[in-house]
Design a protein around this ligand. Structure first.
Ligand SMILES: O=c1ccn([C@H]2C[C@H](O)[C@@H](COP(=O)(O)O)O2)c(=O)[nH]1
Ligand SMILES: [Zn+2]
Length: 159
C-alpha cells in the first residue's frame, strides 16, 4: 500500500521557497520565491541578493543610514530574480510561492509576467504603503492572493 503522509503541493513548493531563501545573505530578511506551472512543474527559483558581479562583501547590507549606504538601493528581490531566471519559460497562469508578501515593485513584475496566483507566507509589512499598493494592483489585475496555511509539519535537513 502506498504511504499517505507525503507532503502536499503547497508544502512542497513553499518548502522549496523557504530553502531557497536560505541562500540569501541579507541579515534581516531572507526571501525565497518558487514559480510553478499549472501542471505543478517548477519553472524558476529566486532569492534576494546583490546583482551578478556585485561582490556581496563589497555591498552594504544596512537597513538604515544614508540611502546610498543601505541595501535597498542595490538588492535584487527574490520574485524579480525568479522571473528573470525564468527567461525561457512562459509564466502565464503560473503560481508563485513567496516567503514574504511581494513589494509594489515585484508586484508589477509578477503582473506583467502573467503569473495568476501568489501564495505567500509572511505578511510582516502588511500595513506599509508598498503592501497597500501591491494589493491594490493585484486586485485590479485579477491576481489571486492566497495566504499559505502552515501545516505544522517540521522538515529536518542534515546538510
Ligand atoms: O518583494 C520583496 C520585498 C523585499 N524583498 C527583500 C529585499 C530585502 O533584501 C529584504 C527586506 O529587508 P528588510 O530588512 O526586512 O527591510 O527583503 C524581496 O526579496 N522581495
Ligand atoms: Zn520586491
Amino acid at each position: 500500500m502506498k504511504r499517505t503522509d507525503y507532503i502536499n503541493w503547497d508544502e512542497y513548493f513553499m518548502g522549496i521557497a523557504l530553502l531557497t531563501a536560505m541562500r540569501s545573505k541579507d541579515p534581516s530578511s531572507q526571501v525565497g520565491a518558487c514559480i510553478v506551472s499549472p501542471e505543478n512543474k517548477i519553472l524558476s527559483l529566486g532569492y534576494n541578493g546583490m546583482p551578478i558581479g556585485c561582490d556581496d562583501d563589497a555591498m552594504p547590507w544596512e537597513r538604515e543610514g544614508e540611502p546610498l549606504n543601505t541595501k535597498y538601493m542595490y538588492v535584487c528581490h527574490a520574485e524579480l530574480n525568479a522571473i528573470l531566471n525564468s527567461a525561457h519559460n512562459n509564466l502565464k497562469g503560473a503560481r508563485v510561492y513567496v516567503t514574504l508578501f511581494p513589494c509594489n515593485e515585484c508586484t508589477k513584475a509578477i503582473i506583467q509576467s502573467g503569473i495568476a496566483e501568489v501564495v505567500y507566507y509572511s505578511d510582516k509589512y502588511h500595513d506599509t504603503d508598498s503592501s497597500v499598493a501591491a494589493r491594490f494592483m493585484f486586485q485590479k489585475a485579477g491576481v489571486r492572493l492566497t495566504p499559505y496555511q502552515p501545516s505544522g509539519r517540521k522538515a529536518e535537513l542534515e546538510l
